[in-house]
Structures are given as C-alpha cells and as structure tokens.
Write a protein that binds this ligand. Structure first.
Ligand SMILES: [Zn+2]
Ligand SMILES: [Zn+2]
Length: 307
C-alpha cells in the first residue's frame, strides 16, 4: 500500500471507491462514497453508511480530509457524515470540515452537528483542547447554487483542482447535483443519482473516468415478480425507484455520447450475488460503449497522472 504521504504528494490524482453500492448493502458494496486524494487534499463525494469503515480499512489519510461534496440528501449518501467528521477529527484533523451540497445542505449539516454535540463535548473534556481542538471538529456547510441549469458551477478551486457542480434529474429529489473534477487536464465525473439527460451528457464530456450510477431494471423486475404477492410494499418501492435512476445500458449510452475513456459503475443495485447476476447487470453494455468498463467494488483504487 502506498504511504499516506506519497498518496497526498506524488502529483497524481488518486480515487478510491469507499462505497460502490446503493441502499442495499452486501459484503462487496456499501452505500455511496468516492474519495479523491490530490495535491495534499483529501475530498469525499458523498458519505453513505460504511464510508468511514472503508477509509479506515484502507488507512487513508483522514486527518487531511478538508471537504465533503454531497450530491443530494438520501440516506445512502449522507448516513456517515457524523462518523466521518468525528473520526477524522479524533485522528488529528486540524481544520474545520467544509460540506458542500445543493440547497438544503445547511439544515442537514446543522442536524448532524446537533446530534454529535454531546460526543464532541465528551472528547474535549476527556482528551483536552490541545489534542482535539474544538474549532477543528466543526462542520461548515457550503450551499451550492447553480445559476444556469445547463451550465456547471465552479464550487472549489485550489492548487489546480477545480470542482464543478451540475444539476441532475433525480426528481422528486430536488435539487440534486453531480460533480466534475478537473486537475491539470484530467477530468473525472461523478454522476450522483440521476436519469440520463442532455445536460448530463454535456457535463460528462471527455471524462477520463466517469463514475456512473446504475441500477439494473432487469434484476429489480425479477425481484418484483418474486415478491409482488408476498410483499406488495417492497414491490412498489422497487418499481418506484426505476423512474429516477439509470440502468447500466443507459449509463453506457451516456458514456458513449460523452466520449468518456473509462466507465466505472457505482451505486450498483441490487446487490450482485454471483458472476451470473453480474453478467445480467452488464448485459448489453459493451454493445453500446466500446471503452473500458469496470464494475465498481469497494476499496478499488484508480490513479491518474497528469501528462
Ligand atoms: Zn442513492
Ligand atoms: Zn438518491
């Protein structure tokens, strides 16, 4: 494993999948989170339940965590916000943690702050302000407003790393955003949860890596057929979720139209229990997109080097 210092300073853009699944977890995949480590900064895109566990297992430099970018506020994208904040602070983070997100992020962040107020107090009383400086444990919300729904909005610009937010369509979840990360000519795009739109194609244009959400409607429909008589409630939810996500072939069309180099599936739903099920999930993808396709898995690593 690369040393933490090398990860932070070797000039490459490192990406780790900390959560490659959707709301239904299994051993291989917990809910959504992607870590980006570049030029001394550690950034997280979504913090679904299980994010911190995977960051810890990989021994990532959590004390350098400086920003979290939320795509929207479904629980499978925000559940670990409190854990990530407290544990990175207890591990030695020396600065307050900024949490970027669409309108509503202030309320979400304030709620987490309130929930963890006692815990922060216990730790300060127990270890002292030198060890756990109170000001470093603070979450600061940064609300993103996208002025033109067909354009991306610069929301972070530091040491050559530019992060843009763009609007996605995950209605009735509104607003919801995706993120485009640019660094010395490299482009990485994270779709967040969305259907395929013209604007999404535009925002993914020429990405070196596209991390696209995709849920398999074929697999969900099989599940619906199995449970519809036994459990109509579950069948309804599994039906409803299909109108605000992409399936893998739609994501492949997105990758093709946007001319991306590599497509990595994330938010993989439902859990893929064996090779056969993986094949059903990927069916038709390579007929559409002829670039590299990767089925994301927790703790996978990608490194890009600026040319
Ligand atoms: Zn989700
Ligand atoms: Zn969602």
């Amino acid at each position: 494993m690369l040393s933490q210092e090398k990860l932070l300073r070797d000039g490459k853009l490192h990406i780790f999948l900390l959560g490659s699944g959707g709301p239904f977890n299994n051993e291989k995949r917990v809910s959504s989170s992607i870590a980006v480590i570049v030029d001394g900064e550690f950034l997280l895109f979504d913090v679904g339940p299980g994010t911190y566990r995977n960051a810890d297992l990989l021994r990532l430099p959590v004390m350098q965590l400086s920003g979290i970018f939320l795509t929207h506020f479904h629980s499978d994208h925000i559940g670990d916000l409190g854990e990530v904040n407290i544990m990175s602070w207890a591990s030695g983070r020396s600065k307050a943690l900024k949490v970027y997100g669409p309108r509503g992020v202030d309320k979400v962040v304030n709620g987490f702050k309130m929930a963890y107020e006692y815990d922060m107090g216990y730790r300060i009383a127990h270890h002292g302000v030198e060890i756990v400086p109170p000001e470093a444990g603070v979450l600061i919300s940064k609300s993103i407003t996208i002025k033109d729904s067909n354009e991306r909005e610069l929301c972070y610009d530091k040491n050559g790393v530019k992060i843009y937010a763009f609007e996605v369509d995950h209605s009735p979840v509104n607003p919801a955003v995706g993120y485009r990360i640019e660094y010395k000519g490299l482009v990485v795009v994270i779709t967040g949860d969305t259907i395929k739109t013209e604007n999404l194609v535009k925002q993914c244009k020429n990405a070196d890596i596209l991390f696209s959400e995709a849920i398999s409607f074929d697999l969900l429909n099989n599940m619906i057929n199995l449970v519809k008589n036994l459990n109509p409630r579950v069948a309804k939810i599994l039906t409803d979720i299909q109108n605000y996500h992409m399936d893998p072939v739609s994501a492949a069309k997105l990758a093709k139209e946007a001319q991306v180099k590599k497509l990595v599936f994330v938010h993989i739903t439902p859990p893929l229990l064996n090779k056969n099920v993986e094949n059903i999930y990927l069916e038709g993808v390579t007929d559409v997109f002829d670039g590299e396709v990767i089925l994301g898995e927790d703790r996978m690593k990608f490194s890009l080097e600026p040319s």
